[in-house]
Design a protein around this ligand. Structure first.
Ligand code: ADP
Ligand code: ASP
Ligand code: MG
Length: 446
């Protein structure tokens, strides 16, 4: 059972989360917790203040974090000196790490990861306190010793075999003995034991890595909305709940920007054939969205997602399509910059790659310019209409194109196996296009 930032934000929310866990005790739950809402962002801010040697700024922000966590602790467990001491110890470690960044005046990926994981390391103590207050036996287990990763800072990949072995000794026996293990999400340990993170939003991924490692029956993602909706409710207020979604639909939505799930979080579930349920911790009586091998089964489109901050690299290189080595070389150059394209187009006159905007894309543009002229189209977004049924319903492609109305997508494509229709649009058109597609294909029955 993974609880997101809003679900653990403050004593009342933590108490509610603990009640949900306790009510499921006979199912031997394991808890994965995020940092309290906004804390990882605050840690990012602390990193940049430290690098700029802004001591007053660091002290003020650190004190805010300290006061916030101690206040929650005092509310959950008044007079619990041991809990306060554990929090203070984490905060001391954090202060030392930040001082290191300030003295060196530079930010290494290792130092960054060590700092960023502290939100979860603090939250796990608060979650354990909430469990104790709800009469639920629980124990914190250090996720950095359980989730074994390849050590790639900021985007670590789990070694599932090693993690399973560790979970079998460090996590499973507790659960079997009726004690709820509480693990920090987002963090793991590299081959040398150094703390790594799984990338922003990575607590969802922690839940599925740990779920697969334990052979869990179900992975539950407890968040601040009723489940997977037909669009981001902040963009489309009329978005509706999906009662069921297929693994592929959920993976495509997450990969194409639906923040409710980390893009990689469905993979371990697919590997283990484990059902994922997305539920609302603020309304635990609601059933949520069940993600599994089969979906709602009525065909058609299911949801729209979007990702902004992208750019298109358009390479004009006649003949590249016929050159069997070009594709491999081009992908290697992108890979050298840590870039994986979100979409690719190939034709007799050249290639196009849709990439996250930034300096890396600029370097990649220079690298592939060896083959021909490269144009960079910045400030783009990808809007994805997703649904298993799309592949077999060309009438819906037409409806989707018609729905664009006054908005002219720059490119249109289908995702693998036809389960998504992709529109590359200007960044500022992403939200209006999302609303148009939603209105035409997901409200009522086209
Ligand atoms: P948590 O802290 O629980 O991990 P997140 O903020 O990471 O929560 O994800 C939940 C948020 O994802 C929702 O509040 C919602 O704004 C956003 N979201 C984007 N797309 C969707 C979608 N299709 N369905 C549900 N929520 C979505
Ligand atoms: N706290 C981390 C983040 O904000 C991980 C997570 O919440 O999933 O990115
Ligand atoms: Mg999240």
């Amino acid at each position: 059972m993974k609880f997101g930032g809003t679900s653990v934000d403050g004593a009342a929310r933590l108490a509610a989360a603990a009640r949900v866990v306790v009510s499921r005790r006979t199912e031997r739950p394991v808890v994965v917790t995020s940092a309290m809402a906004g804390v990882t962002n605050a840690l990012e801010a602390l990193l940049s203040l430290s690098r700029r040697a802004d001591r007053a700024g660091v002290d003020a922000r650190l004190e805010e974090l300290r006061a916030r966590h101690l206040a929650v602790a005092a509310e959950l467990a008044p007079g619990d000196a041991a809990l306060a001491a554990r929090l203070e110890e984490r905060l001391r470690d954090l202060r030392v790490l930040l001082r290191g960044v300030r003295l060196v005046g530079a930010l290494t990926p290792a130092a960054s990861d060590a700092v960023l994981g502290h939100g979860e390391l603090l939250a796990q103590e608060l979650f354990a306190a909430a469990m104790a207050a709800a009469d639920g036996p629980a124990e914190v287990v250090d996720a950095r010793r359980v989730v074994a990763t390849d050590g790639r800072h900021g985007a670590a990949v789990a070694d599932q075999t090693e993690t399973a072995a560790r979970a079998a000794t460090l996590v499973a026996p507790l659960a079997e003995a009726g004690v709820v293990p509480i693990l920090a999400g987002y963090v793991g340990g590299g081959p040398d034991g150094a703390p790594t993170t799984l990338g922003r939003g990575g607590s969802d991924l922690s839940a599925s890595i740990i779920g697969l490692a334990l052979g869990a029956r179900r992975i539950e993602i407890w968040t601040d909305v009723d489940g997977i909706l037909s669009a981001d409710p902040r963009v489309v207020p009329a978005a509706r709940l999906l009662e069921r979604a297929t693994f592929r639909e959920a993976a495509e939505l997450a990969g194409f920007g639906a923040k409710v799930l980390h893009p990689a979080s469905i993979d371990p579930a697919v590997e283990g054939g484990i059902e994922v349920v997305v539920r609302n911790s603020l309304r635990p009586e609601r059933p949520g969205t069940v993600i599994g091998p089969s979906g709602q089964g009525d065909g058609g489109a299911r949801a729209v997602a979007s990702r902004s901050g992208l750019e298109l690299l358009a390479l004009r290189a006649p003949g590249a399509m016929r050159d069997a080595t070009f594709g491999a070389e081009a992908f290697r150059r992108l890979g050298d910059e840590g870039l994986a394209p979100l979409a690719v187009a190939v034709g007799p006159l050249g290639f196009e790659f849709l990439l996250p905007e930034g300096e890396a894309a600029g370097r990649a543009a220079r690298a592939i310019a060896a083959w021909g002229r490269v144009d960079r189209l910045p400030k783009l977004a990808l809007v994805a209409l997703v649904g298993e049924g799309l592949a077999a319903a060309p009438e819906l492609w037409r409806a989707a194109l018609d729905a664009c109305g006054p908005i002219r997508p720059l490119r249109i494509a289908q995702g693998p196996r036809g389960a998504s229709l992709l529109f590359v649009a200007r960044d500022e058109d992403a939200a209006p296009l999302t609303r148009l597609l939603h209105a035409a294909l997901l409200e009522g029955r086209p």
